[in-house]
Design a protein around this ligand. Structure first.
Ligand SMILES: [Zn+2]
Length: 510
């Protein structure tokens, strides 16, 4: 006697359909499992067996063999339990198999026969929908996350004992009113740029960075508002569209960071790992691979405060994802690919005390300053297009009688959206969307300079012996500054401003 069910394996943040085959034959009674299984999945044998018994199912003393295929995909986690249980019951003939080929079955079993929630439900249900299945059976505790996906019938289950009746009349158990339950809008307040007094130069640098999705480094003394500024950056980015929300939410789903109360991520992430973060926690991986901070920041901001305090090796692994927008995590039995298209916002003091080059306040010896700065390597600096200095506030800026109104996040975001639109129109046939991702070849194609602009950059190039990387960096930022003014041709003032963003780090590092 043979039967089979469908479930889903997670690879990276996406799912693949897995078939669970159960064969029941005469022979030495037993229960064996094959098919490239992690130890957790192998333990399913015990869980399923005891769970079925305690739920009152009578399993005849037969030889039961379970195979999870395809064989070349490694199966992790506990989400196959329910699918295995159904395959066994169907092979024995206790369950109707009428709807099994149209259904995906997901859930962990507890020994007393309850169905427990699992991580990654959003990705799994999306896979079931994408592959054209009609029903997906999910743990009751995961139903809100499952309902984020429209276009497939969701059937929640809390006890394995309910299986026979659910599989006889699945339509009776489908959750109705799927879509109105989940709200995709998020109206909770986010910190606003108008709270930040002064810092007009840094605000301009930040707007420029977000407008072209350039990475940015903020340097300044302690208390000059670097993290206050950083936290406000996701707010001036365009609100994520539905597809972006789904991608971000899938990442949080496979990381186990969605809950039934918050089944979808509605806004751009802001991740700020502490400088003691391990390499695995930053880029992802591990024995049971999980996305790292750079993937959790996908579509939003990765804020690294106290940048030189991070282990140098930890920072260096960011080079590839900063360029490609993805990270490949290798592990036994293959490698996973996670999205990692984040905007890097780094912040640092210019020296250990924080006041260099103000020698009235900074007493750090030169060699200490040098060693401190050298923790950030040239290849990393080359990947950060914009560098800005935050300054301590002037009296006029904190004076409560100062009635100058600061711009709100909403006002800035409107301009950013306009500049993003210009880029998405210009790059509609390219594989990238933003100026930050212009390669040298594409710079030639898309960065047209006025004669004055040409002269200025030529002068700088000749007098200053800048590297070709620095040259490209200036042109990318110039392109963004021109786009912010809806100018087609890059002018002298755009180049001059772009050079100023480079001078900040050049002065410190040379
Ligand atoms: Zn100092």
């Amino acid at each position: 006697m043979f039967n089979e069910t469908n479930s889903v394996a997670i690879e990276g943040i996406n799912g693949k359909i897995i078939k669970t085959e159960a064969d029941v034959s005469d022979g030495l009674p037993g229960f064996s499992m094959v098919g490239y299984l992690s130890s957790e999945v192998r333990e399913a044998r015990e869980r399923v067996w005891i769970s079925l018994k305690n739920a009152g199912f009578k399993i005849p003393p037969k030889k039961i063999t379970i195979n999870l295929s395809p064989a070349d995909i490694r199966k992790d986690g506990t989400s196959y339990d329910l699918s295995i249980a159904v395959a066994v019951l169907a092979a024995i003939g206790i369950l109707s198999d009428k709807y099994l080929k149209d259904s995906v079955i997901i859930g962990e079993l507890s020994l007393d026969g309850r169905v427990k929630p699992v991580t990654g439900i959003l990705s799994m249900v999306y896979t079931a929908y994408d592959k054209g299945f009609k029903y997906v059976i999910v743990p009751e505790g995961n139903k809100n996350e499952a309902m984020v996906v429209n276009g497939i019938n969701i059937i929640p289950i809390s006890e394995i004992a309910d299986l026979p009746v659910i599989l006889l009349y699945p339509d009776e158990y489908v959750i109705k009113n799927q879509s109105p339950v989940i709200s995709f809008e998020d109206n909770s307040p986010i910190p606003d740029f108008s709270d930040v007094r002064g810092q007009s130069i840094s605000k301009r640098a930040i707007e420029t960075a977000v407008s072209g999705m350039h990475n940015i480094l903020m340097i300044g003394p302690p208390g000059s508002g670097k993290s206050m500024l950083a936290k406000r950056i996701p707010g001036i980015m365009p609100i994520p569209d539905f597809d972006e929300k789904m991608e971000i939410s899938k990442i949080y789903s496979v990381s186990g960071l969605l809950s039934d109360e918050n089944p979808i991520i509605k806004r751009r992430p802001f991740r700020s790992p502490h400088h003691t973060v391990t390499q695995t926690a930053l880029v992802g991986g591990g024995r049971y691979p999980k996305p790292g901070e750079i993937t959790l920041a996908n579509g939003g901001v990765l804020f690294l405060d106290e940048f030189p305090e991070f282990a140098r090796q930890t920072i260096e692994v960011l080079r590839q994802p900063m360029e490609d927008g993805v990270i490949n995590v290798s592990r036994v039995g293959g490698s996973y690919r996670y999205p990692a298209r984040f905007q890097l916002v780094a912040a640092m003091n210019p020296c250990p005390c924080g006041f260099f080059p103000d020698r009235r306040k900074c007493t750090c010896p030169d060699r200490v300053v040098k060693r401190y700065l050298s923790k950030i390597s040239q290849p990393i600096l080359d990947r950060i297009d914009i560098c800005t200095e935050t300054t301590s506030l002037e009296y006029s800026e904190i004076n409560i009688n100062n009635t100058n109104k600061n711009e709100t996040t909403e006002e800035i975001r409107k301009r950013v959206i306009k500049t993003h639109k210009i880029q998405s129109e210009r790059y509609k046939d390219e594989e990238f969307k933003f100026n930050a991702h212009l390669t040298p070849n594409k710079i030639k194609k898309y960065c047209k300079l006025s004669p004055d602009a040409e002269d200025l950059i030529k002068n700088v190039f000749e007098s200053d012996t800048i590297s070709s990387r620095a040259y490209h960096r200036i042109l990318r930022v110039s392109r963004t500054l021109a786009d912010m003014e809806e100018a087609d041709i890059i002018d002298e003032k755009h180049v001059a401003e772009a050079i100023s963003y480079r001078n900040n780090d050049k002065n410190l590092w040379r």
